[in-house]
Design a protein around this ligand. Structure first.
Ligand code: GRF
Length: 202
C-alpha cells in the first residue's frame, strides 16, 4: 500500500514509520511511504523524509488566496502520489471539504489525548490543566469535526504529579509512535471497513 504522511513539526511519528518499514521491508509491513507533505517549510519532519530519499512537498496556507484554495492545492499534491492511506502525523492544520471528499475514510490522524477528552491543538496541556490522572493517545479516522472521527486504537499513559506539558507529551509520544506504526500496518495489511463509529479491521 502507498502512504502519504503529513507533518508540521519534528516528525518523530514519521520516523517511527520509516524505521519500521526499513526494518521489516515494505512487503512485510504492508506499506511504504511514497511522499511526505507539510504545511510549512524547514521542519525536521521534511528533513527526515529527505534523508530517507522520499519525495516531499510543502503546501502553505499563506501561498494561497483562501483556505479553500489551499485545501484544493493540498488535495492535488497528495492525490498526485496516489495514496491508499494518508497519515496525519502531527499535521497541525484542519483539512477542508475537498480533501475529505477525496480522502475521507483513508485519512488517519494521531492525537495526544484519549478522545473524546481534550480534542484540539493542546490535548496534552488541557489534560494536565484539568487534573486528569490518565491520558494517552488516540489513532482515529478524520471526519469533518476536530478530532471527532471513528477511533481505531488508543494507548494509555499515567500522569505523574511532577509532570509538566513537555515531560508528559514525551511519554505520550513513545506510546503514540508504537501505536501508530502498529495500526497503520494492520490497516494496510488486513484491510478494514468503517461501520458508523466502529472501525473493523479484517
Ligand atoms: C504528536 O504528539 C501528535 O499527536 C501531536 O504532535 C505530535 C507530533 O510529533 N499533535 P512528531 O512531529 O511526530 O514528532
Amino acid at each position: 500500500k502507498r502512504l502519504v504522511v503529513l507533518v508540521s513539526g519534528s516528525g518523530t511519528n514519521l520516523q517511527a514509520l520509516l524505521d519500521e518499514i526499513a526494518a521489516l521491508g515494505a512487503e512485510a509491513y504492508g506499506a511504504r511511504v511514497v511522499a511526505v507533505g507539510a504545511d510549512r517549510s524547514g521542519v525536521e519532519g521534511l528533513a527526515r523524509a529527505e534523508r530517507a530519499g522520499i519525495p516531499t512537498f510543502v503546501c502553505r496556507v499563506k501561498d494561497h488566496g483562501s483556505r479553500e484554495e489551499w485545501d484544493g492545492a493540498l488535495t492535488a499534491a497528495v492525490a498526485g502520489h496516489e495514496p491508499d492511506l494518508v497519515v496525519s502525523a502531527g499535521f497541525m492544520k484542519i483539512v477542508g471539504k475537498e480533501f475529505l471528499a477525496r480522502f475521507g475514510g483513508r485519512l488517519v490522524n494521531t492525537h495526544p489525548a484519549l478522545l473524546p477528552s481534550f480534542p484540539g491543538a493542546h490535548g496534552v496541556r488541557d489534560a494536565l490543566a484539568y487534573g486528569a490522572k490518565v491520558t494517552g493517545c488516540t489513532v482515529h479516522f478524520v471526519d469533518d469535526g476536530v478530532d471527532t472521527g471513528p477511533i481505531i486504537a488508543q494507548g494509555v499513559v499515567e500522569v505523574r504529579d511532577e509532570d509538566d506539558e513537555s515531560a508528559l507529551h514525551e511519554r505520550i509520544k513513545e506510546v503514540e509512535r508504537r501505536l501508530l506504526v502498529e495500526v497503520v500496518g494492520r490497516l494496510a495489511r488486513n484491510g478494514y471497513r468503517i461501520e458508523g463509529r466502529k472501525v473493523v479491521i479484517q
